[in-house]
Design a protein. Structure first.
Length: 175
């Protein structure tokens, strides 16, 4: 009934996302590009997690509304200024990766056709531990901590993902 009056589900979610990000401002343009993206993406995670589906919407739709386009402009400029090759591609890759990580969290905590959380994944890896040379390491280093994780462990995982990606971009560009 609601969609009949204000549009489809995607329009409703898009409106929510636009309002969520309306106050988003680009970090200080003088920051080195890695610091710039940390200043942007670290604080946005908790905001998007409070509204499941918002990160997915950002991935699937070109978020071409004023709050976001100004941020993209500033991020691409920071990358270009610091000598990163293909700055638009690098900016999109960093932001998309952050949104994918948040979307994965949403998917694992949502209601779907079966258990997709880290606990269910842990159980499946425990079942194959003896038949796999790496299952034990995966359980100890990744899946186990995430299965019993509080938000600080998930936040550390998110940050590790972004740091690894940015290190790779820097290495590829020689910056």
């Amino acid at each position: 009934m609601l969609y009949h009056h204000i549009g489809g589900q995607e329009q409703v979610i898009g409106g929510v996302v636009e309002r969520l990000l309306d106050g988003l401002r680009a970090p200080d343009p003088a920051l080195p590009w890695q610091e710039w993206f940390r200043a942007l993406l670290h604080p946005v995670r908790p905001t998007l997690l409070r509204f499941p589906g918002s990160a997915r919407w950002l991935l699937l739709h070109a978020p071409a509304f004023p709050a976001i386009t100004a941020v993209f402009d500033a991020g691409i400029a920071a990358l270009a200024r610091d000598g990163i090759a293909r700055p638009a591609l690098a900016a999109t890759t960093i932001i998309d990766t952050a949104m994918m990580a948040i979307t994965l969290h949403d998917d694992r905590t949502g209601l779907h056709d079966g258990p997709r959380d880290h606990g269910a994944i842990l159980d499946r890896f425990i079942a194959v531990r003896d038949a796999s040379s790496s299952a034990g390491q995966l359980i100890d280093e990744v899946i186990g901590p995430l299965a019993h994780a509080e938000d600080d462990v998930l936040e550390q995982h998110y940050r590790y993902l972004l740091e690894s990606l940015m290190a790779g971009i820097a290495a590829r560009s020689g910056a």
